[in-house]
Design a protein around this ligand. Structure first.
Ligand code: GP9
Length: 410
């Protein structure tokens, strides 16, 4: 009985996202490069400090890309590994711990495996210890042909936790160039990792009053990462990858710096509780299509779980039989997107709900996004119930390893 209900939920989700419109298969057989950027938050996009843009290369790229201005990270305790898992599988991360560590041997419908079965050469790139977050085991199970770790890179630029992002991108492109096409490449950056302390020689922003503070160092590390991004794009153009690759770039999670006053000083205005909720949960998403089509700013809500269904749509691979929960960003209707955060918060085009620490529905805060004011919690009840249902369903599918069983009954 329970498995029938679960199957019904997935059938309905599949029907609403599997739309065969003009964009379905529009980029079939393109290379796909996914860049997951460490602690990259949305509030700095387009912003300046002392006249200098924090992310000039990202801002430039936005003009010929799709930029989702209301995109959320959906991570929990598994941080970077949660962002990775939810983007690749389109399921929610767990309420405690990381799927990578707890259930690497369970079955999921993930991007590398799916694309491998469609003739792609697949690679994960991360210049750090391969065992961190149990990646060796998990990436093997996810179907990556290659996993390039710190051992594979020449340490010619030592920054923060490991290799600097500039060298990381440059060497990753060299590995990619050796692969047979089409390729699916997943790159995880690291230089902008907490505590964000970079040598003065690579700090090129004048952060003024933030000088010497961790918030100032954070801005510097993102500015460095953005320079590296500029070099990555140049490298892709030089290597002939730019016109035949979908570039999908997003931030993994927040920067663990919750002081409201820092954001107020940086943005030069006072911030409401809702502003802070959005700031701490929004990360940027940028999609550059090979022909630069569909460029623009998309304000509808979206989240990390949306990656797999959206990319597969562009590649013309039906997700009908896959156990995925995210939105398809190319289904032609962004207004019906529903985004659930691991905390139980949710948002759609009209509402934003923040659960209370005691997790009682009535004690949570329901915002009307039209007025940005609080309204009676009751007005968020339907969304709250749906969010709760999705999280419980995802948890069950993951921890009970339900996908193989559900699939036999399809
Ligand atoms: C290290 C990187 C950091 O490999 O993934 O992970 P985080 O601490 O951000 O979860």
């Amino acid at each position: 009985q329970e498995s029938t209900e679960i199957q019904q939920w997935f059938d309905a989700a599949s029907a609403s996202r599997n739309v065969k419109n003009d964009t379905f298969g529009a980029y079939a057989d393109s290379n796909v490069m996914v860049v997951q950027v460490e602690a990259f938050m949305n509030f700095m996009i387009g912003q300046k400090i002392n006249g200098q843009e924090i992310t000039p290369n990202f801002n430039k790229l936005m003009k010929e890309s799709m930029y989702f201005s209301n995109f959320y990270h959906q991570t929990g305790q598994g941080r970077t590994s949660d962002a990775d898992f939810s983007a690749q599988s389109s399921l929610h991360p767990l309420p405690t711990g990381s799927v990578f560590v707890r259930y690497p041997d369970h079955t999921f419908d993930v991007m590398p495996q799916i694309l491998k079965s469609h003739g792609y050469e697949t690679g994960a790139f991360h210049a750090y210890e391969g065992s961190f977050w149990n990646r060796y085991n998990m990436y093997n199970a996810m179907g990556y042909d290659h996993f390039y770790t710190k051992k594979d890179y020449v340490m010619d630029e030592s920054l923060g936790w490991s290799l600097g992002d500039k060298s990381f991108f440059r060497q990753s492109l060299e590995f990619m160039n050796k692969a047979s096409k089409p390729t699916y490449s997943f790159l995880i950056t690291l230089t902008s990792h907490h505590p964000y302390s970079l040598p003065a020689s690579v700090q090129s922003l004048d952060v003024g009053e933030f000088e010497g503070s961790i918030f100032g160092n954070y801005l510097e590390s993102i500015h460095y990462m953005d320079e590296a991004l500029g070099e990555l794009v140049d490298g892709m153009k030089k290597d002939g990858l730019w016109d035949n690759t979908i570039l999908y770039l997003y931030g993994d999670h927040d920067n663990s710096l919750p002081e409201q006053v820092d954001y107020e000083k940086f943005l030069g205005k006072s911030l409401s509780d809702l502003d802070m909720q959005q700031i701490m949960n929004q990360v940027p998403l940028l999609i550059h299509l090979p022909d630069g089509q569909q460029a623009g700013i998309y304000d509808e809500p979206s989240g990390q779980l949306d990656m797999a269904p959206s990319l597969l749509h562009l590649l013309g691979i039906s997700t009908e039989k896959y156990y995925m929960m995210g939105n398809n960003l190319f289904d032609g209707d962004l207004n019906d997107n529903f985004v659930v955060l691991r905390s139980g918060a949710f948002t759609d085009v009209n509402q934003y709900y923040v659960p209370s620490p005691d997790n009682l529905f009535e004690n949570g805060t329901c915002y009307d996004l039209g007025t940005r004011e609080t309204v009676a919690a009751q007005q968020c009840r339907i969304g709250y119930q749906e969010a709760k249902k999705r999280l419980a369903l995802s948890d069950k599918v993951i921890s009970d390893d339900l996908i193989p069983e559900l699939r036999t009954k399809q």
